[in-house]
Write a protein that binds this ligand. Structure first.
Ligand SMILES: *Cc1c(COP(=O)(O)O)cnc(C)c1O
Length: 403
């Protein structure tokens, strides 16, 4: 395999900057296959829908054991299309979390409905099912749980609320392809499920892309026409839809990557397990909260998010940045406090767990290619940032790849 740069020696790697995510290393592994997939699409000059998109839709449907999969232009559009397919609009309420990426709530707003925020479970950062249950009104039309950071929301109690009130569930699984709940994949846990193929998601394209999965044939048919202007063929428009398709080029690239997704997810899970060992070996574990996994969940670690309590998070963030260790805050301001949602009348303090999570969370590098040496550097950096006397020297693990 050709490499533009020589791999770093173990010693150099131990001091080099560690990015929060590095997609270049992943691309080195699959570059030849991706290039030939792109070439093949270019040689057909068929860019809109067609076989590449249909094949990839079938592969995703098979991957998550869903009956239907409908590609679209982004995860954001997947959410909009799902809401449109349920005729959700003005006067309707959709219950969701304030601790998520902006698109979750903006899509509800964009179809004219009202996002109704409820607080999260501090252990998992996901919707608190009891709070969802308490928020149902006569105007509630759907529940939209987010499988945040790659961990599924607690679907069993959410479904009890949904069934009792006759409500559909739209999964926001933008961060959770490959995650499981009760042994089933994200993608078949709701009435519809929305995925994103934004480059930094666990299955990321070379640009934007998204997909909706569902077992319901009528919703699937509606989603298929909503993504092409409500066209049922020959310029017959039975309703007004969007122009929102997954590009054939993206589908071809994503097909190559989907074959590796399970390996990459395992790599992320192994890195999380290694963090746990390294945190314990260094005493760092006493100064932060390791991300908890709900017993029903298989976590895919789109993000590895620890909590740093006692108001120390921002200092740790600054120290890691100064040490050139990639880290980020997801999300610094919960959605109920965003200016654009002022009209909802939410107040600071209304969702204390979401607000505390915003103040305490810190994402650390977790990508599959990270490797032991860089992980040790992250943990040494954390120990330094947290003023931890290293109880024991870090066991030096062998490099993942020989140079
Ligand atoms: C990324 C993301 C989206 C939006 O996906 P795009 O493909 O970027 O439009 C929606 N919800 C969550 C939780 C996300 O992380």
């Amino acid at each position: 395999m050709s490499r533009d740069i020589l791999p770093l020696s173990a010693a150099a790697l131990a001091t080099a900057p560690v990015p929060l995510i590095d997609l270049v290393e992943q691309f080195e592994e699959i570059g030849d296959e991706v290039r030939s997939a792109v070439d093949r699409v270019l040689s057909t000059q068929k860019f809109i829908l067609g076989d590449d998109v249909a094949d990839f839709e079938n592969q995703v449907a098979t991957f998550c054991d869903s009956r239907h999969a409908i590609g679209c232009a982004s995860g954001t559009d997947a959410l909009v299309l799902a809401l449109m397919a349920l005729d959700i609009g003005p006067g309707d309420e959709v219950i969701t979390t304030p601790y998520t990426f902006f698109a979750t709530a903006s899509c509800i707003h964009r179809v004219g409905a009202t996002p109704v925020f409820v607080d999260i479970d501090p252990a998992t950062f996901n919707l608190d099912p009891a709070a969802v249950d308490a928020a149902v009104t006569s105007r509630t039309r759907a529940i939209m749980p987010v499988h945040l950071f790659g961990q599924c929301a607690d679907m069993d109690p959410l479904w009890r609320t949904a069934v009792r009130n006759g409500l559909p569930i739209i999964e926001d699984a933008a961060q959770a392809i490959g995650s499981t709940y009760g042994g089933r994949q994200a993608g078949v846990l709701g009435t519809m499920c929305c995925f994103s193929f934004f480059p930094t998601k666990n299955l990321g394209g070379a640009g934007d892309g998204g997909m909706v999965t569902t077992d319901d044939p009528e919703l699937a048919a509606r989603l298929k026409r909503l993504r092409v202007h409500g066209d049922v063929g020959r310029y017959e428009h039975v309703e007004v839809g969007l122009n929102s398709r997954l590009d054939a080029l993206q589908a071809a690239i994503l097909s190559v990557k989907l074959r590796r997704l399970s390996d990459w997810t395992t790599g992320r899970q192994m890195n999380a397990a290694r963090y746990q060992k390294l945190f314990e070996a260094t005493g760092v574990s006493e100064h932060l909260v390791f991300p908890a996994t709900h017993p029903a969940c298989g976590h895919s670690y789109n993000q590895f998010v620890v909590r740093i309590e006692d108001g120390r998070r921002d200092d740790v963030l600054k120290s890691l940045q100064a040490q050139q260790i990639g880290c980020a805050v997801y999300y610094p301001k919960p959605l109920h406090l965003q200016k654009c949602f002022e009209h909802l009348g939410c107040k600071p303090g209304q969702f204390p767990e979401a607000e505390r999570a915003s103040a305490e969370s810190l994402a650390l590098p977790i990508y599959a290619e990270l490797g032991a040496i860089r992980q040790e550097r992250v943990v040494r950096g954390l120990a330094h940032a947290l003023d931890v006397e290293q109880a024991a020297p870090i066991i030096s693990l062998p490099a993942r790849k020989a140079a």
